[in-house]
Design a protein around this ligand. Structure first.
Ligand code: HEM
Length: 355
């Protein structure tokens, strides 16, 4: 694995003004997009609200507006990913700020995390003020830039990668396949979903299983954060960059998801965290501006989770001598499948029913 010292070694190209400007733009653009993120959710919510009020002949314009605004919610993540692919040059004044670009990638999850924290403090203040303040500071920091500190990759990195991958495989087998399947089944209606969840809870809520599961998820977050900090400067190939970016996105999602389920809902408010909770908390998922942010949030969560697993599988298969072209095709197929799966699951959460 390359570290930043190896990466910049031998690159003698002097810094041109043009390069500096484009490097600065590449550094500033992602946090700027993240700063604007809440307004794409706002446009989405308002388009849906208008659509509900007008009669069927007039629904087409708000429907187009809702579609465009939901697509716009993906822009911070897409722009961030593209900027992360930019080659890191010698004396790159902005390479030390790549962590901000990774955070901007995770905007859909971080925006919900912020709401969850506000809900935990029972605050009804519009959290967009804090969001704008934080991202404005990050835009300023990204514009100033910082060179990366030259650090050698710790000797135990491979062991940590192995432990991270093994723990992910256990989580997948013990919980994630059934959990995501359970959410997908929402397409058959709330009662089917709730019945299945009741049966699954006997398994994953059993004392020792739940404690182990939560322990494994916490380990994934801590070890993932460490691996991301080691790899953040190394551009690697597009898949390795995507692996780190989706890892950061997944970490932000898990923080929000676990805090809302274990601390805010179950412990503080004593709410049953079932399908009704996930899809219609008090007024429905599209019933308030605050709830609407969960639409891009859940879509993002499913896509980054499955894409992160696809990138991990790719590394394992490559290490076992599989051909690069085949492995890449497999990873891309899983990612396309994950986007379709996420779209179907979220459509189920919005009320689409099969049969
Ligand atoms: C559409 C996507 C998702 C929805 C709607 C969703 C919803 C839920 C709900 C309603 C619960 C509470 C379950 C219960 O009370 O028994 C839950 C628990 C949980 N979810 Fe998700 N989830 C989603 C995706 C994910 C993903 C992608 C992960 C992990 C990568 C995840 C990890 C967890 C964990 C660890 C728990 C706690 C399980 C326990 O009670 O021990 N979820 N989720």
């Amino acid at each position: 694995m390359t570290d930043i010292a190896d990466l910049i070694e031998g690159q003698t190209e002097s810094y041109q003004t043009g390069t500096l400007i484009s490097a600065r733009i590449a550094s500033v653009l992602p946090p700027l997009m993240a700063l604007c993120y809440p307004w794409s959710v706002w446009c989405f919510y308002n388009s849906i609200s208008i659509m509900r009020e007008v009669d069927s002949r007039e629904k087409i314009v708000p429907l187009i507006a809702a579609t465009i605004s939901i697509i716009l919610t993906a822009v911070p993540s897409l722009i961030s990913y593209l900027m992360l692919l930019r080659p890191v040059e010698r004396h790159d004044q902005f390479a030390g700020m790549r962590w901000i670009t990774y955070l901007a990638f995770a905007a859909p999850a971080l925006f919900t995390l912020e709401r969850v924290v506000f809900a935990g403090f029972r605050s009804s203040i519009d959290d967009r003020y804090l969001w704008v303040l934080i991202w404005a500071l990050l835009v300023a920091a990204a514009a100033i830039g910082r060179q990366p500190q030259t650090k050698r990759q710790p000797a135990w990195t491979r062991k940590l990668q192995f432990a991270h991958g093994t723990s992910a495989a256990i989580i997948l087998i013990v919980f994630l396949v059934v959990h995501l399947g359970n959410n997908f089944i929402g397409l058959l209606g709330a009662p089917v979903h709730i019945d299945l969840m009741e049966s699954l809870r006997i398994w994953y809520r059993a004392g020792v299983v739940e404690v182990t599961l939560v322990g494994l998820f916490l380990f994934q977050m801590v070890s993932g954060a460490r691996l991301a900090s080691i790899r953040q400067f190394a551009p690697g190939d597009s898949f390795r960059t995507l692996q780190v970016a989706t890892g950061v996105g997944l970490m932000a999602f898990l923080l929000a998801h676990m805090i809302v389920i274990f601390i805010v809902a179950r412990w503080e408010f004593g709410v049953d965290t079932n399908w009704t909770f996930a899809t219609s908390f008090k007024v429905g998922i599209l019933g308030s501006l605050s709830n609407s942010r969960q639409v891009p949030y859940y879509w993002f969560a499913l896509v980054v989770t499955l894409s992160h697993l696809a990138c991990g599988l790719r590394v394992v298969l490559l290490a076992h001598g599989w051909r690069v072209a085949i492995v890449n095709r497999l990873a891309i197929s899983i990612m396309i499948g994950s986007a379709l799966f996420a779209t179907a699951t979220v459509a189920g959460m919005l009320g689409l029913r099969l049969g």
